[in-house]
Design a protein around this ligand. Sequence first.
Ligand code: NDP
Length: 294
Amino acid sequence: MTDTKRESTSSNRAAVIVTGASTGIGRATALDLASRGFDVFAGVRREADGDSVAAESSGAVTPVILDVTDAATIDGAALRVTDAVGDGGLRGLVNNAGIAEPAPLEIMPIDALRRQLEVNVVGQVAVTQAFLPLIRSAQGRVVNISSVGGRVASPALGAYAASKFAIEALSDSLRMELHQWGIHVSVIEPGSFGTEIWRRGGEAADSTIERVPEEKRRLYADLIAAVRRLARRTEQRGRPPDAVVRAIVHALTASRPRTRYVVGTDARIQMALARLLPDRAYDALVRRMLRSTG
Ligand code: NDP
C-alpha cells in the first residue's frame, strides 16, 4: 500500500474517510471525492483492493485496512489517519460498508442475522466512535448510508431492513448528540443501484438456503425465486450509483446539508406508497409486484 498521502495531508486539504471502498458506492465516492481535491482514505479489507482503488485514482486515494467488524483494524485505521492528518482532523466520515443477507425470517439462520447486524449496525457505530475525535477537531460531518430499506421493509429482506432501520435511529440520535459541536449527521437512502451487493446478496442467500431443511425451504420457494429474479434484474440493469455519490458529496460539502437524502425515483415512489397506503393495501401491492416478476 502506498504511503504517499502522509505528506500531502499536511497541505490543508480536507480529509475524508470512506468505509467499504473496494467496490460500488464506496469506491465511486472515494474516487469522486479525490477528484474534487479531498484527501481520501479508502477503507478496504484486502490490500489488493486498496492497491486497485489507489491505482485508479493515480495515487490520490490512500487505502487503509478497515474491517468494520474487527476492532484491531478499526483502531489501526484510526491511528493511521490520525498520524496522517494531525491537528487538521477529518472533514468527513462516510459509513458506507454494508452487506445484504436475504432470507425469509422463519428460515434465516441466526448466525446470518447476527452477521447482518454486526456489519451494518454495530460496525458502523464502532467506526464512528473511533473517528469522532478526528471529526470533532475539524468540525467535520458524518454521512451514514442507509437505504430505502431503512424506511420500508420488504419480504425476504427483513434482516437487511432491520439493520437499515437501526441506522436511521442511530443517525437521529447521533445528529442530536453531536449538534453541540456543530457536527452534521446525514443519512443517505438510495433505491436500487447496480453494484456488487446484488450478486453478493444472491450468493449469501444461496449459502443460507442450502443450510435450511428441504421441507422448510419448500415453504418459501416461490418468494425466494421472485426475490432472486428481482435482484438479478437490478444487477443486470446496472444503474451506476452516480446519484448516490452526488448526495454524499452534497452532505459533505453543502453549507446546509440535509438530514436525509432519498436517492432515486424508485425509492421515492416506494416510500410514498408505503406512507400513503394502509399497510394491507401496500402488502398486496408488493405481493402483486413480486408475482409479476415471474
Ligand atoms: P458493494 O457490495 O459493492 O459494496 C459493499 C462494500 O462494503 C464493499 O466495499 C465491501 O468490502 C464492504 N464491506 C462488506 N463487509 C465489510 C466489513 N465487514 N468491513 C468493511 N467493509 C465491508 O455494495 P454497495 O456499494 O451497493 O453498498 C454500499 C452501501 O450502500 C451499503 O451500506 C448498502 O447497504 C447501501 N445501499 C446499496 C444499495 C444498492 O442498490 N446498491 C441501495 C441502498 C443502500 P469487500 O469487498 O471487502 O467485501
